[in-house]
Design a protein around this ligand. Structure first.
Ligand SMILES: [Zn+2]
Length: 94
């Protein structure tokens, strides 16, 4: 039931409806990053962005900047990974 080992391929191949792409900006160096989050392990898995924002998973997420190791980041956006991914492209738009 690990939710941090999920890869983009897992989400695409599994067509996971509870997968979300979380966009973050480091509070220190302002680097933008995207994290894929599998919310299907939640007691009531959120199926849309609104529910995802309210389910508490975001607050439990541990985010450490890959550049400066700052443990604090600003949420800049959330995409529904299942719905927003373009099957004709390898590009996640990140
Ligand atoms: Zn940083």
């Amino acid at each position: 039931m690990s939710q941090d080992s999920l890869t983009a391929d897992d989400i695409i191949n599994g067509r996971n409806p509870h997968a979300f792409a979380v966009h973050l900006r480091c509070a220190n160096c302002l680097k933008d990053t995207m994290r894929l989050v599998d919310a299907s392990t939640e007691a009531e898995p959120p199926a849309n962005i609104e529910d995802f924002l309210e389910c508490g998973l975001l607050r439990r997420m541990v985010v450490v900047c890959s550049v400066c190791e700052c443990p604090s980041a600003q949420l800049t956006g959330v995409d529904h990974a299942h719905g927003s991914w373009d099957a004709d492209s390898d590009d996640w738009g990140a």
